[in-house]
Design a binder for this molecule. Structure first.
Ligand SMILES: Nc1ncnc2c1ncn2[C@@H]1O[C@H](COP(=O)(O)OP(=O)(O)OP(=O)(O)O)[C@@H](O)[C@H]1O
Length: 140
């Protein structure tokens, strides 16, 4: 369906305040659709997914401890959350400012910066968790 075609809202700002029930299942379905759309549309998210698969496989192969698993899982969740938020901000900016605007540039650059900060932290965690174990494997 083209983006500009009218589609009934699941919930509008008007109906929100009326105390109408919004099924938990619908909320999860909408959130899942958003995540799936972000993965489909964002190259960075697909790269993150690739790193996540490698990290999980390495975690099992190298039998990392519980604390390391927690760090890896938090990093994976953080990257998916940040990239999905980045996608959301890009969509809202494109809607609000299809033409060039300094504030639009700032919003998109900051959203991308947040994802970059998360990626750098995840890389450092990955090095701390996996590098010593991989080195020990190759040296022994
Ligand atoms: N409306 C706009 N006004 C000003 N600058 C913009 C605008 N849209 C995009 N830009 C600039 O172009 C850059 C890339 O924007 P684009 O929408 O293509 O994001 P993207 O390449 O999909 O980003 P990412 O790789 O983070 O997903 C932004 O970071 C911003 O600097």
């Amino acid at each position: 369906m083209p983006a500009n075609e009218t589609k009934p809202f699941v919930r509008t700002a008007d109906t929100k305040g009326l105390g109408q029930r919004y099924k938990l299942g619908s909320a999860f379905a909408n959130a899942g659709r958003g995540l799936a759309e972000a993965v489909r549309g964002e190259r960075n998210l697909r790269i993150d997914a690739g790193f996540a698969v490698v990290a999980i496989a390495l975690g099992f192969a190298l039998r990392i401890d519980t604390a390391s698993w927690l760090a890896v899982i938090v990093c994976i969740g953080m990257m998916f959350a940040l990239e999905t938020l980045n996608t959301a901000i890009e969509a809202v900016v494109d809607l609000a400012s299809p033409g060039y605007h300094e504030l639009a540039r700032k919003a998109k650059d900051c959203a991308a910066g947040a994802a970059l900060a998360g990626a750098i932290a995840s890389l450092v965690v990955g090095i701390i968790v996996f590098a010593p174990r991989l080195l020990a494997l190759f040296i022994s």
